[in-house]
Design a protein around this ligand. Sequence first.
Ligand code: DX5
Ligand code: ZN
Length: 219
Amino acid sequence: MTYRIAPSILSADFARLGEEVQAVIRAGADLVHFDVMDNHYVPNLTVGPLVCEAIRSVCSVPIDVHLMVKPVDAIVPAFARAGAGIISFHPEATEHVDRTIGLIKDCGCKAGLVLNPATPLVWLDHVLDKLDLILIMSVNPGFGGQTFIPQALKKLSAVRERIAGRDIWLEVDGGVKVDNIRAIADAGADTFVAGSAIFRTADYRATIGAMRAQLAGRV
Ligand code: DX5
Ligand code: ZN
């Protein structure tokens, strides 16, 4: 199993964003997770394509854009132009899920579908083969630093079964820490978003290393 760690810059020091991005990449990040919130679909407001474009030149790993915006389609080409490698969205936030997936791919990005804690897996039924990534929210979207919702473990296992060997990444987002990452991997996740667990520690390399040690079963 290939595991990926995706630090969420939501918990970074935004006054030094470029340095923070470079620091987590030096510390071993596989992706940089970029949370886009619109104060409409979620009760918080963060960053848009301008900031994505700004970090692009210092970001040598794919930018994993998590759209928490409604509507979705109008902003997709802007993020593709701004350097997104993956663009994920919530099905409740768009009128036509299949069309939005197609739009993301036509823009040259990988496409991901994000399921909130209360969003059923039925959304995957007719689009699974078009997805590059499924993101299971283990908190309700909108804020960093929330507590992992244990129900997400069962959901990850169920999605892992549905993936059934397809080349689809299974990502988890919210409350991922050194002390629960092993159990989350055992449930089926291969890609781990972690914001506060990484950026609120002094030594990013040590924290990402501790996560990898857990994933490798070395502890
Ligand atoms: C929450 C965001 C997350 C957030 C995770 O809506 O999608 O990516 O940054 O933060 P932590 O890891 O602190 O729970
Ligand atoms: Zn996120």
